[in-house]
Write a protein that binds this ligand. Structure first.
Ligand SMILES: [Zn+2]
Length: 108
C-alpha cells in the first residue's frame, strides 16, 4: 500500500508521547510504515567514533540527539486551512491523481 505521507510534508503527531508535536517529514520508510519528522521524537544515542563522523562539531564519539521514527499511522498531514486532517485523493481533469484534504477538499 502506498504511503499517503511523503517527504517534505508538514505533519502533526496525533497519538503517543509526542502527541501534538508538528514538523516536516525528513524521510519515510514504506516497508515499516514509519516516518522521521524533523525535531520530533528526539532520542539520545551513543555513537561510535566512525558513525559520528560528519556530525556537528563536538559530537564526535559522544552522545548525539537525533530523530527516531514515528509510526505513520500516528501522524496526520496538516492542511493549511483546517489543521491536521485525513488525506483523500482526487483525479484532476487531465487525469493526474492529487492528494486532497478530506475536510475542505483543498489540495495538499
Ligand atoms: Zn482542509
Amino acid at each position: 500500500m502506498k504511503m499517503k505521507i511523503k517527504k517534505g510534508d508538514n505533519v502533526q503527531v496525533m497519538t503517543g508521547k509526542n502527541r501534538g508535536h508538528q514538523g516536516r517529514i525528513l524521510s519515510v520508510d514504506p516497508n515499516k510504515r514509519r516516518v522521521i519528522i524533523e525535531g520530533v521524537n528526539m532520542v539520545k544515542r551513543h555513537m561510535k567514533l566512525r558513525a559520528a563522523r560528519g556530525g556537528a562539531a563536538g559530537q564526535e564519539g559522544g552522545i548525539v540527539t537525533q530523530e527516531a521514527p514515528v509510526a505513520a499511522s500516528n501522524v496526520q498531514i496538516i492542511c493549511q486551512s483546517c489543521g491536521p486532517t485525513r488525506v483523500g485523493y482526487n483525479i484532476t481533469d487531465d487525469g493526474a491523481k492529487i492528494r486532497v484534504c478530506r475536510k475542505c477538499g483543498g489540495e495538499l
